[in-house]
Design a binder for this molecule. Structure first.
Ligand SMILES: O=C(O)CCC(=O)C(=O)O
Length: 279
């Protein structure tokens, strides 16, 4: 695939991200990348990684999850080494560099009632800092009926960290590091909640403290395949949380260390970078 230079994000996109903690970048990824990611995801679903799983209680559908695909599969590695996404990450974080924290697959097949609970990502993450972001990248057209993400704009600036909620309700019951998550579903009218209908090629960037949720996929025939690429910038450091997901292996960092190691490589700028690729 020819290397397609990243477009420059607009001032409006960067300002929206800064103020709202979430922005939809329309037409940000060329169709070739979507096809490549579909191939990679098919293989991930057929050959799950060590943290790959499906959440329980899914009606007749399936809510599949996987992590660190880039360490196993060429399409996910090429997204980091050739696609515009790492450049978007540095631009949106207003950071001179972007380091890859993890890539994730979230696949809600038709007839999957499981919601994605309200949560912030950062309390689940092994990174502290303000310059931390994610790019949620759907591979199918997404509407609220098929499980579009919903957001509370500005919640990244509340200066509040909520306890990680397990996507599987049995997970993380013992988390006591952060304040309890309010029951946003029961009190939705008290919040401004937005969502974006999306087409493949649109990408949602969010700061990792922005509160979000997704309903299940109630359609009978539309998949909702999505990938998330998480990045940290100049001010971010490694941290250990008491609970929540862990990196796929010990990264060889101590709390407070900067990123830029084998498991969390620098992906932007690209000049001279050697991205490790493990078979
Ligand atoms: O796709 C989903 O349902 C969940 C995605 C999500 O919560 C995230 O990327 O932070």
């Amino acid at each position: 695939m020819a290397f397609a230079p990243a477009r420059k994000l607009t001032d409006e996109e960067i300002r929206t991200y800064r103020d709202d903690g979430v922005v939809c970048l329309r037409n940000a990824l060329a169709p070739e990348w979507i096809e490549l990611l579909k191939e990679g995801l098919d293989r991930t679903l057929a050959e799950p990684g060590p943290q790959g799983k499906a959440y329980p209680d899914m009606g007749s559908g399936r809510f599949g999850y996987d992590t660190f695909m880039w360490t196993r599969q060429e399409p996910f590695r090429r997204i980091q080494t050739e696609s515009p996404i790492p450049s978007y990450a540095a631009q949106i974080m207003e950071s001179s560099k972007a380091f890859l924290m993890v890539d994730l697959a979230f696949v809600k097949e038709p007839n999957t009632p499981n919601p994605t609970p309200w949560h912030q990502d950062q309390p689940y993450g092994w990174y502290n800092g303000w310059q931390v972001c994610s790019f949620w990248t759907p591979l199918d057209p997404v509407t609220i009926e098929s499980g579009a993400l919903e957001w509370i704009p500005g919640s990244h600036r509340w200066n509040r960290w909520f306890r990680p909620a397990g996507f599987d309700p049995a997970q993380y019951q013992d988390a006591d590091e952060f304040e309890p998550m309010p029951d946003i579903e029961a009190t939705r009218s008290q919040y401004k909640i937005i969502h974006y209908d999306m087409q493949p090629g649109d990408i949602l960037a969010h700061q990792l403290l922005t509160l979000h949720y997704a309903p299940g996929n109630s359609t009978a025939d539309r998949r909702r395949r999505a990938l998330a690429f998480r990045y940290a910038g100049d001010d971010a450091v490694y941290t250990l949380r008491k609970t929540g997901p862990k990196p796929i292996r010990e990264p060889g960092l101590a709390p407070g260390d900067k990123f830029g190691c084998e498991l969390f490589p620098q992906v932007w700028p690209r000049e001279g970078l050697q991205i490790p690729f493990h078979h």
